[in-house]
Design a protein around this ligand. Structure first.
Ligand code: AMP
Length: 396
């Protein structure tokens, strides 16, 4: 995948109207208040850059799943108000995304001002990638800037359609995503260690496959490790495993052997007598889990051994927790991995979702090179798949 794409810094936006696609799909509480403002804060550098450069900024985003209908539960109005506070300047809200109000507001917007269009998904044309919807959206601006990495794997109108009509570049958030992750995937420094966890082996087989031959070591942790033990003939008790992936996992070993990638499994496991934080638990050697018990976390010896490998690495990619980290008694393995990644001098990339939450929960986000903003998109990017939103941007 070509990650050398033009960014907003490669073009002149002075006096231009810029349509900025953000990911403002923020979690809200029952009263509609913004429960986590991370995505809004992350968008600030690009918005401020555009304001400083003298552009008029027209922000668009989706929020939730209104299913192509105007459902006010999913209005972006609270996001516009919140953004106004963060920016210290008024963000004007348009009451639609491509209709008369959007046109009126965008016709009037001046350099240095910011407006926000209403939820793109109030119109079925967004998710349907309708060319007419994309054209009307593009007609509001002179230039398009994509800064919604988390949606870049979706071929929706505001991600790919608009780029057919006006010049399209990436924002500062995506520029960083592409810079760090692109280099890691195309020309990583070795040793390159991938840590793969979480529960859904099947979803991550593509990523595992793409790491074989590229990485020196793959450390398999979390629920997915039991499928690996099962495939190797280990005893896993009542631990989760994916019976449909056993053959594929055996195939991975064969490939890894051929291509010089070493697959490491945990050496010890924290087992519990039920799936609950107040279960009885103890540590046993991995692959020797008695009936009636399930593996909930990697054990302390594994943390120690894996930390050593992580410390020796020059590139580290981590995706997925090492245990049921939502339960404090089974969060130690994930915390140990998070600390090892943070301590290492390697270029370290956290592939979104739970691993990002674990790093941020420990306040270690500033000690890693990059926490990707897009879960599914990050995985697809690391797999080497072409993300439609990125492919649509101008090449450098
Ligand atoms: P995924 O969506 O595949 O990244 O998996 C994330 C989920 O895996 C988290 O909710 C963890 O609680 C879960 N998980 C991690 N380790 C285990 C385990 N040993 N048994 C069951 N679930 C696990």
């Amino acid at each position: 995948m070509d990650y050398l794409k033009k960014s907003v810094r490669d073009i002149d936006v002075k006096g231009k109207k810029v349509l900025l696609r953000c990911d403002f799909n923020v979690p809200q509480d029952a009263d509609g208040a913004i429960a986590d403002d991370k995505r809004i804060r992350e968008a600030l550098p690009t918005i401020r850059y555009l304001i400083d450069q003298g552009a008029a900024v027209i922000i668009c985003s989706h929020l939730g799943r209104p299913g192509g209908e105007r459902k006010m539960k999913f209005t972006l109005t609270p996001v516009a108000s919140y953004l106004s506070e963060l920016l210290g300047q008024h963000v004007m809200m348009a009451f639609d995304s491509v209709g008369n109000d959007a046109k009126r507001v965008c016709d009037a917007v001046k350099p240095g001002e910011v407006v926000m269009l209403e939820n793109l998904r109030f119109n079925p044309g967004e998710e349907g990638n309708d060319p007419e919807f994309a054209f009307r959206l593009a007609s509001l601006a002179d230039v398009y800037v994509l800064d919604a990495f988390g949606s870049a794997h979706r071929a929706h109108a505001s991600m790919v359609g608009v780029a057919k009509y006006i010049p399209a570049v990436c924002g500062l958030l995506i520029e960083k995503e592409l810079g760090v992750m692109g280099k890691a995937m195309v020309a990583p420094e070795h040793p390159f260690v991938a840590i793969m966890g979480g529960s859904k082996v099947h979803d991550k087989l593509g990523l595992l496959n793409s790491f074989i031959g590229k990485c020196d070591a793959i450390l398999v942790v979390g629920g997915m490790a039991y499928t690996f033990f099962k495939a190797n003939g280990g005893e896993i008790g009542e631990s989760i495993y994916d019976g449909k992936s056993l053959e594929l996992v055996r195939g991975l070993y064969a490939e890894a052997e051929k291509k010089g990638t070493k697959i490491y499994l945990p050496v010890d496991t924290v087992i519990a007598d039920k799936f609950s934080n107040d279960a009885n638990y103890r540590v046993v050697p991995a692959g020797c889990i008695p009936a009636g018990f399930m593996g909930m976390d990697i054990g302390p010896k594994t943390v120690e051994e894996f930390a050593r490998l992580i410390h020796e690495a020059k590139t580290v990619v981590w995706n997925g927790p090492a245990g049921v980290f939502e339960m404090p008694n089974f969060a130690h393995g994930t915390e140990g991995i998070a600390r090892a990644v943070a301590e290492s001098d390697a270029v370290s990339i956290i592939g979104g979702g739970d691993s990002a939450a674990a790093i941020e929960g420990l306040g270690l986000q500033d000690q890693v090179t990059h926490v990707s903003t897009g879960g599914g998109a990050a995985i697809q990017f690391l797999e080497g798949a072409e993300l439609p939103g990125i492919a649509a941007l101008l090449d450098k």
